[in-house]
Design a protein around this ligand. Structure first.
Ligand SMILES: [Zn+2]
Length: 196
């Protein structure tokens, strides 16, 4: 189940010692990085990516990425949740940062586990409040798309493609239940290595 090799840790962030051991601490059941110098146990847990699906009439707002990974491909506004931040505040912040867009965040929509990279995607539906949007520093272009305009072959991440496909299906069905799912490691393909 713990599929990927744990990342390397060279130094203890508590005391600076280079004597880091990977072992199961007393009373635990998984290997952790433990400092042999000061005894600190460095727990590592999944990261949360939070974002939203901004709607305007029958269109949705997408951003074309100006940064790696997946430079030039399309995504919904989303990014890593910060310490001390709520999910909704994170979705609002990412939408301002990437699309200079103001949204009213609505219901929780998709929750997607990516165990092979230890990430959880949390996407909300959201209502775009006005049309004063535009690319932030992390985006090349920001625009509204109708369903038949969505660049399906140019999606930056599988999580985003899945969220959008669910959305247009659910919109036809007239209800948007929260959808909890898993994306496993993709079968190796030279042109797609290393991405979610
Ligand atoms: Zn230490």
């Amino acid at each position: 189940m713990a599929d990927p090799a744990p990342p390397v840790m060279k130094f203890c962030s508590a005391c600076g010692s280079g004597r880091i051991e990977l072992r199961v601490p007393d009373g635990d059941n998984l290997p952790r990085f433990v400092c042999a110098g000061c005894g600190a146990i460095h727990y590592q847990n999944p990261k949360v990516v939070v974002g939203c699906l901004p709607e305007w009439e029958d269109q949705v707002l997408l951003c074309r990425r100006a940064i790696a990974p997946r430079h030039g491909l399309w995504t919904l506004p989303a990014g890593f949740l910060e310490n001390g931040e709520t999910l909704v505040a994170g979705a609002v912040r990412e939408t301002i940062e990437e699309a200079s867009a103001r949204v009213a965040v609505g219901e929780l929509y998709t929750v997607i586990s990516l165990p092979h990279i230890s990430q959880i995607y949390v996407m909300f539906r959201a209502r775009l409040l006005d049309l004063e949007f535009g690319p932030g520093p992390e985006s090349l272009e920001v625009r509204l798309f109708r369903e038949d305009e969505i660049p399906w072959d140019e999606m930056a991440f599988r999580t985003i493609g899945r969220t959008l496909r669910n959305y247009f299906l659910d919109r036809r069905l007239g209800a948007f239940p929260t959808r909890v799912s898993v994306l496993e490691r993709r079968a190796p393909r030279a042109d797609l290595s290393g991405a979610a």
